[in-house]
Design a binder for this molecule. Sequence first.
Ligand code: FNR
Length: 188
Amino acid sequence: PIIKVAALCGSLRKASYNRGLVRSAIELSKSIDGLEIEYIDIEPLPMLNTDLEGVGTFPTAVEAFRQKIKEADSILFASPEYNFSVSAPLKNAIDWASRPPNVWADKAAAIVSASGGSGGSRSQYHLRQIGVFLDLHFINKPEFFLNAHEHPAKFDGNGNLVDESFKEKLKEILISLQRFTLRLQGKL
Ligand code: FNR
């Protein structure tokens, strides 16, 4: 079976390191049988305001986003840490897709982050807590925390991951996510 992964980036910055992680994950997935990753852009989403909802209807960009999440078997989150938590754009996207019916429910998920000092570890634990209410099921291992400000540089000037050991770690995450998704779906 083919596992479809929706990849989200919590940073809206053009040269975002975290979007670089998503690009790298898409590239690496080409050498993994049965795994497809699609990048889902969260930038078109308006700021959450429940006045924009009708009865089970949402603004066009929100409908499109929710549909993409619904169609995915699992989710790859790549987000910077902002003030020890997930970024506001990512939380906004999470909240929109959680409005009834919650389209995150019963999906598998993995988190990677490129950030400052601790590589975004604190934000990852916040995201795991948010996932409890959403009924998301995160893989526990391996973990992926990347300090993007460390030298030698792990990314080039366009935010592309160039560090081979982190590429290998990212591939391990994808394989772990694939296996966990198949187990969750009773296919393994
Ligand atoms: C940050 N950054 C940051 N880093 C970190 O490790 N812990 C933190 O709490 C914060 N807080 C924080 C708040 C705000 C408002 C900004 C804008 C930035 C740094 C940030 O995570 C880092 O620059 C990432 O590399 C940004 O990710 P992208 O945009 O390259 O994907």
